[in-house]
Design a protein around this ligand. Structure first.
Ligand code: PMP
Length: 436
């Protein structure tokens, strides 16, 4: 734990709290965004005097930038075992952009198909499918596990019309990890392809897209660099080259074409036709530096360590009075480093405010861009949902989420548990203090 902290920029930062003192901040909000590795910051600083527009010039700097940018596709493919003979690595702004792009590109291939997504998705793997396609949602049980029975029955009921199963690798609400290779096998059996939203999985667990002739293989994978110790602005979309060779790209302009005349356009091949405008070479350099550090630490070891943090935190807080923890991992895959909970009698937003202002612990609260899933876990009734839809200012139900990164420590969890216990014991005092 403690030497891992040295890898992170700002892990030991002092922050002011409500009584005017400074404390060492604790970040338990890594599912939203991780801080950067120091190696990433160093690499970006080293690269700062050298950057230049890519694919555009014969100058030394332009060639250097172009080479780094193109090599990055191989490093990324290698990181998740993608087959670059059949697949392409497209740089996007983030996971959301990647899924929107895929949704647009698939229109050329599967216009009349059905997309199966699930009740446990982040809005980014739900809303981009709505409107364009007929969409159905695979159900989850009361504890938040995806129902493979419902998946199988929907696949068979639609009789080959399902063209894509769009599923999260790990939930950003419960950390539940889906058995993606089992799901891939089921999807392929019914002639469907699979997209894995890897935003929460890739930073915490080894992801292997597997050879394209394996039934377990992952057709499309997306993830974001700002959740894997590099800054914002870079997302990855890996998928079949063919998918991006038909029709027009979603977003067009410089860099997307082979030839343009006043009345003729021939699009370039993927990935170039999907990356309009001057690309974010800084973001790519940062992501590659993060991948190098993740590889050197060994992603399996990271998973093991974070697993220990997660079960330690669960065991610590589940025995505190008035605490409910959500999400139960049913499948053999372990959950990633997330613990969602509520304390009876304290609104989730108030609790996260108390933790931040009193002791400098950052957590997330609310619905985590996954309203349907949170509603399900909290057993919100249809009448209550109706009420929230009608009354914009009603207090929407939610929860508090702890999410760990590889640099968090058992000592931080001990401190958190102590503080949470103190807050629960003195509920009335804190609610009063923060009730405005
Ligand atoms: N999917 C999941 C599971 C996520 O956790 C997130 C980020 N919270 C996203 C998609 C969207 O990622 P981004 O904001 O980088 O587009």
């Amino acid at each position: 734990g403690s030497n891992l902290r040295d890898l992170i920029c700002g892990a030991n930062i002092e922050i002011p709290i409500i009584d005017g003192n400074h404390v060492r901040g604790i970040n338990f909000d890594n599912a939203a965004t991780t801080p950067a590795f120091q190696s990433v910051i160093n690499e970006v600083m080293n690269f700062a005097p050298l950057y230049s527009s890519i694919h555009r010039g014969m100058g030394y700097k332009s060639q250097l930038s172009s080479n780094l940018y193109e090599q990055a596709r191989f490093i990324i493919a290698n990181f998740v075992s993608a087959d670059l003979y059949h697949k392409t690595v497209i740089f996007t702004n983030n996971t959301t952009h990647a899924i929107n792009k895929l949704s647009y590109s698939l229109l050329n291939n599967i216009k009349d198909g059905i997309i199966l997504t699930t009740q446990m998705e982040h809005h980014s793997n739900d809303l981009p499918w709505r409107g364009k396609y007929k969409v159905d949602f695979v159900s989850v049980d009361d504890e938040g596990n995806l129902s493979l029975e419902d998946l199988e029955s929907k696949l068979s009921q639609y009789g080959g019309l399902v063209k894509l199963v769009a599923v999260t690798g790990a939930s950003n609400v419960t950390g539940i990890v889906n058995p993606i290779h089992t799901i891939a096998t089921m999807a392929h059996k019914y002639g469907s392809k699979i997209l894995v939203d890897g935003a929460q999985l890739v930073p915490h667990s080894k992801v292997d897209m597997k050879p394209v002739d394996s039934p377990e293989h992952i057709d499309y994978l997306v993830f974001s660099s700002h959740k894997m110790y590099a800054p914002f602005g870079t997302g990855i979309l890996i998928g079949w080259k063919d998918t991006f060779e038909a029709g027009d790209p979603d977003y067009v302009g410089g860099g997307t074409v082979e030839i343009v005349t006043p009345d003729y356009v021939r699009w370039d091949h993927a990935p170039f036709r999907e990356e309009a405008g001057s690309p974010n070479i800084f973001g790519v350099v940062a992501l590659i530096a993060a991948i190098k550090t993740l590889n050197s630490l060994d992603i399996e070891s990271i998973h093991y360590y974070e697993q220990q943090l997660t079960s330690y935190a669960q065991n610590n807080i589940k025995n505190l009075p008035d605490v409910t923890i959500y999400g139960h991992q049913q499948f053999k895959e372990n959950r990633v480093a997330i613990v969602p909970f509520n304390v009876e009698g304290i609104h989730h937003e108030t609790l996260s405010k108390i933790l931040s202002y009193e002791v400098g612990i950052a957590v997330r609260s609310g619905c985590f861009c996954a309203h349907p899933y949170v509603q399900k876990l909290l057993k919100v009734t249809p009448e209550e949902i109706e009420e929230h839809i009608k009354n914009r200012h009603s207090l929407i139900p939610g929860m508090v989420r702890l999410s760990f990164g590889l640099y968090n420590t058992i000592e931080e969890i001990d401190f958190f548990t102590e503080i949470l216990y103190k807050i629960i014991k003195n509920k009335a005092h804190y609610i009063q203090k923060y009730s405005t």
